[in-house]
Design a protein around this ligand. Structure first.
Ligand code: FUB
Ligand code: ZN
Length: 647
């Protein structure tokens, strides 16, 4: 992995600047209850807190700096930690003394809220000290700890702040001393995976093996005692998230030990966080059985349970996976965090093995569902990313209350916005995978990177995804030959590569085309096939029968009411229609726009609800499409990814 990469890309520079200039300050104000924002519940459920964030105040109260009650979810602390992590990456790429001073203050506050034995969680410290670790199925104590540790590692890497690292180590040591198989320790796991990711990162930073061992304990203990949460719930005191107790064991991925889990089950974010840590562990200790478990779950996700947009989680109930090929477009969940988690998982899988498929999916999740999580203004956010929306149904159909037609300013459960902020600010870490014997070029983002202690530099110049060409300049100043693998995206039928002026078509079994680079400067030019494409679905997916989805490059396209009028379900794309592409600089901050011949099905009002014996009437209509990530930036309107198709 290579943190020494500077992004100077047209497409992502805008996003990264948006996060730095808009999102981080905006989120800071929200966390401090310092601005008036409209906080929406993520679905019609009166128990969801939506008055304010109160997240910083919770820390101040826990630290004894002010009086008051804890407010918000039991995992409200994680909003602050994810904000701090995003700030860390932002400072790494763009130093900012004022922001650093603010974040240093947050580190001080967190340290003050930490208890003497290392325990850290504002809800339990303030409201229920006697309940600590007694209801791990719902408490999110280790989930929050994992997020703090991740933030601390990132902040220490960016700023050398010692306090943040010491606070994280004190917390991690407290966890190592409290949880484990040894006599007197709690032999159980958290209902929401995340501590495992944090501990692995702390191990990578410090080299201290006890953190790796503790992560391994949590991963291997998962599913060994499926009744663990129930036993705790029986005598653990009042439930805060009562509904959780009635969910199946698979919701928490405790139905089976991880090595026996064959399919992606339960809460989608939890599952991909579990897999991220599992893949990290498998790659780090080179454990093939754990790697196989990761491969099985990966395959199940991407071959049977993932939307074409890289979204995962087919139902709002438990924000969960359901079953193979069950991919409804208008009731799904597709949480922003889940696609970000899928990117985390893919990044770790690339450490296990060099397969282009992992980077293909990472790219798909990034350019579609993850980016869709944020409005173009950087101040409004989706939790749920549907593939089909009718605002009238979202308003009045109770089964669709979670499917918002426009991004709210903030959400009662605010997990997604700060997750997006930390992913976008750390995007430089996804472009390449550095291994002992090779460097993989995963993503096509203009950037300058250093590897092998500066002996090797790689710079990419590209306007991707506007155009499909990237020029990769490799400078090998060391003595050894290095191998560079350039991904050949699976969506691109033809990839033309020209190393040192020689041009040839290329295919490769593992999805990368390799070049042996000796001392000196080398140019690799990759040209991808950016013709818009029609995609069809396996017929086992009942929802997509007779429908087509359009993509160009890594981006999936969609129709919006703003361009096509209402009742998008009445539109058909003609099967042989040419897909015409044009760049529109003044639409939606600059987007590719696809149009094609289509027809609209119409009947007159008098036909009534049902009718027979009457021929359908079709009128010509041009179908217009924009990239999915940019939808819902022109007010409330219908949207559709899967479009009816007709001969
Ligand atoms: O449980 C904490 C976070 O809230 C999860 O990661 C999200 O999916 C949401 O349920
Ligand atoms: Zn989320």
């Amino acid at each position: 992995m290579n943190p020494g990469t500077t992004i100077n890309d047209t497409f992502f520079r805008r996003y990264r600047e948006l996060v730095r200039k808009e999102m981080i300050p905006f989120q800071w104000n929200v966390l401090n209850d310092a601005i008036d924002v409209n906080i929406e519940r993520e679905r019609n459920d009166a128990s969801i807190p939506n008055e304010k964030s109160h997240a910083i105040a919770n820390f101040r109260i826990a630290a004894g700096l002010e009086k008051g009650q804890h407010y918000g979810w039991v995992f409200q602390d994680s909003d602050v930690y994810k904000w701090l992590e995003a700030v860390a990456y932002s400072l790494q790429s763009t130093p900012d003394d004022d922001l650093k001073a603010l974040a240093d203050g947050v580190v001080d506050l967190i340290e003050e809220a930490q208890e003497d034995d290392g325990y850290l969680n504002t809800y339990f410290s303030i409201t229920e000290p006697e309940g600590k670790y007694k209801r791990l199925g719902e408490s999110h104590e280790l989930y929050c700890a994992g997020h703090f540790i991740e933030a601390a590692v990132a902040y220490h890497e960016a700023t050398n702040n010692e306090k943040v690292l010491n606070t994280a180590k004190k917390l991690a040591d407290h966890i190592c001393n409290t949880f484990g198989k040894e006599e007197g320790k709690i032999c159980g796991v958290d209902g929401h995976e995340e501590i495992e990711i944090g501990l692995m990162r702390l191990f990578h930073l410090t080299g201290e093996v006890r953190y790796l061992k503790e992560a391994e304990f949590f991963l291997r203990e998962r599913g060994q005692d499926p009744e663990f949460f129930d036993k705790q719930w029986k005598d653990g005191g009042k439930m805060l998230m009562g509904g959780l107790a009635s969910l199946p064991k698979s919701y928490f991925q405790v139905h089976l030990p991880v090595e026996k889990q064959e399919t992606a089950e339960g809460h989608a974010v939890r599952l991909v966080y579990m897999c991220t840590a599992l893949a990290d562990l498998a790659a780090t200790i080179k454990d093939e059985r754990l790697a196989d478990a990761c491969r099985r779950i990966w395959n199940n996700i991407v071959k049977r349970r993932m939307y074409i947009t890289g979204g995962i989680g087919s139902t709002v109930l438990g924000e969960s996976f359901t079953l193979d090929y069950d991919l409804p477009n208008d009731t799904m969940y597709c949480e922003t965090c889940a696609s970000i988690g899928l990117m985390f998982f893919a990044r770790q899988m690339l450490r296990i093995e060099s397969k282009g498929e992992y980077a293909d999916i990472m790219e798909k999740a990034l350019y579609n569902t993850a980016l869709s999580g944020m409005a173009l203004d950087g101040k409004h956010f989706f939790y749920v990313n549907p593939l089909e929306v009718d605002p009238k149904k979202s308003k009045l159909d109770p089964t669709k209350s979670h499917v918002k037609p426009v991004r709210p300013q903030w959400l009662g459960c605010a997990c997604c916005p700060p997750n997006l902020a930390r992913m976008i600010t750390s995007l430089d870490r996804y472009i390449y995978t550095e291994k002992e014997d090779e460097i993989l070029v995963n993503l096509f983002i203009s950037s300058d990177a250093e590897f092998k202690n500066g002996e090797v530099t790689i710079s990419q110049e590209t306007e991707y995804p506007k155009t499909g060409e990237t020029v990769i300049k490799v400078n090998n100043n060391g003595a050894d030959l290095i191998r560079i693998g350039v991904r050949l995206p699976s969506w691109s039928g033809k990839n033309r590569l020209s190393p040192d002026g020689r041009e040839y078509e290329s295919g490769s079994p593992n999805g990368y085309c390799y070049f042996d680079i000796n001392k000196g400067e080398h140019l690799i030019r990759l040209e991808m096939d950016m013709e818009p494409k029609r995609w069809y679905t396996n017929p086992k997916v009942s929802e997509n029968m007779g429908k087509v989805a359009i993509s160009r490059g890594p981006q999936v396209y969609c129709m919006e009411e703003a361009d096509n009028g209402e009742d998008l379900h009445c539109l058909y794309l003609l099967r042989d229609a040419k897909l015409s592409y044009e760049w529109k600089e003044d639409l939606l901050n600059g987007v590719g726009f696809i149009s094609a011949d289509g027809i609209r099905y119409e009947t007159d009002e008098k036909s009534g609800l049902y009718f027979y014996g009457k021929k359908a009437e079709y009128k010509k209509q041009t179908i217009k499409m924009i990239p999915y990530y940019a939808w819902a930036n022109r007010g409330k309107n219908e949207m559709r990814v899967w479009i009816n198709e007709k001969e």
